[in-house]
Design a protein around this ligand. Structure first.
Ligand code: NAD
Length: 333
């Protein structure tokens, strides 16, 4: 059994990871300030889901509502932990373009506080840092391996790259074992709204909503199902081979946004006209992961391809339409 601190554990990926840890009987502490940058209802529901998992498993859950920037809350949350899965962040490329300071404060300063707190405990605490494929910027070649140059195109991407370097430094200077996982566009049930898949689903479900696409539709993404990301995080518990490493976590496939829209529309039996709007600033045109390193070090193999994953998401969406749909529709751009 391990004791894991999941920062950002009320959020999308963090809550899926926390649930999987609880199901395996581990002790989980969550530190999350329920940041209202997207609707907190989703995070409150995530916490309710975790409470019910912990009630029916051997896993033990402690939830601390507080910020990683608050040393007292962070120190309390980290006490007794063997590993920190650091997921708390301002996520999302678009808003970071207008709010670089806020992103830097939470993502860079916050990660530094997490690393420094881990260093201060006498017991060894591993830190797994949720980084992002956005650190690569424009792809010189695909699939992208970890040797690809990094040229962040947004403040968000730059904050993530900076956190990776801090992790490396804390390993080299202070022997804090760290692992950077570079996630490629993660999706799945309970995901935060304002992202492509919930956005397109909301537009398809709502009779009055029109269909818009940011960009020309030919931009492509390696969409990674959340369970595969969880699998990679769990695998870290089984080996120390990943310590000190930066590792891509993707699906290894890639689809264009136009293909995704077509699939979502077909799944929901609609055929709406698509209006193409200018692309968001700060995004890469194509992302496509080479996950060979994850396979080698973590035995990682993505199990859910995009179409199966979208089916899972749409099924979940329809089951939760009453509360999730209004939120997804509100955020649809
Ligand atoms: P999310 O927004 O759902 O989760 C982040 C959580 O962090 C939220 O619950 C939020 O309340 C919390 N948080 C924010 N500021 C905090 C603070 N100061 N103190 C404590 N908690 C704070 O986002 P997500 O999609 O689950 O992403 C999780 C992590 O994975 C983030 O670090 C993100 O950058 C990274 N990531 C996500 C994706 C993706 O596609 N979703 C891709 C690459 C990397």
């Amino acid at each position: 059994m391990v004791h894991a601190l999941v920062t950002g554990g009320a959020g999308f990926i963090g809550s899926h990871l926390a649930g999987a840890l609880l199901e395996r009987g581990h002790e989980v502490t969550i530190l999350d300030n329920l940041d209202p940058y997207y609707d907190v209802t989703i995070k409150e529901r995530n916490l309710e889901t975790l409470e019910s998992i912990s009630a029916t498993t051997d896993g033990e859950l402690t939830v601390i509502k507080g910020s990683i920037l608050n040393e007292k809350a962070l120190g309390t949350a980290m006490r007794g932990a063997d590993i920190v899965y650091h997921h708390a962040a301002k996520a999302g490329v678009g808003p970071s373009v207008d709010n670089p300071q806020e992103y830097t404060d939470v993502n860079v300063q916050g990660t530094l506080k997490v690393l420094d707190m881990a260093r201060r405990f006498p017991r060894e605490i591993r830190v797994v840092n949720a980084s992002s494929s956005s650190v690569y910027g424009p792809a010189d070649y695909t699939p992208i391996d970890e040797e690809h140059p990094t040229r962040p195109l947004s403040p968000y991407a730059l904050t993530k790259l900076t956190t990776e370097h801090y992790c490396r430094l804390y390993t080299e200077l202070h022997n804090v074992p760290t692992v950077n996982l570079r996630y490629f566009t993660v999706y799945g049930p309970r995901m935060r709204t304002g992202m492509a898949i919930p956005d397109f689903t909301a537009r398809a479900v709502d009779d009055d909503a029109t269909f818009t696409c940011l960009g020309d539709g030919f931009q492509s993404r390696d969409f990674t199902y959340v369970d595969d990301v969880v699998q990679a995080n769990l695998a870290i518990l089984e080996t120390d081979m990943a310590d000190g490493e930066t590792i891509n976590i993707g699906s290894g496939g890639n689809v264009t946004v136009a293909e995704l829209i077509e699939y979502v529309q077909e799944s929901l039996f609609v055929d709406k006209e698509i209006e193409y709007l200018p692309a968001r600033e700060g995004g890469s045109r194509h992302t496509h992961a080479d996950y060979e390193k994850a396979r080698r070090l973590l035995g990682y193999r993505p199990r859910t391809n995009i179409w199966k994953g979208v089916d899972e998401f749409v099924d979940w969406y329809l089951e939760n339409i009453e509360w999730y749909h209004p939120l997804a529709l509100k955020e649809a751009v």
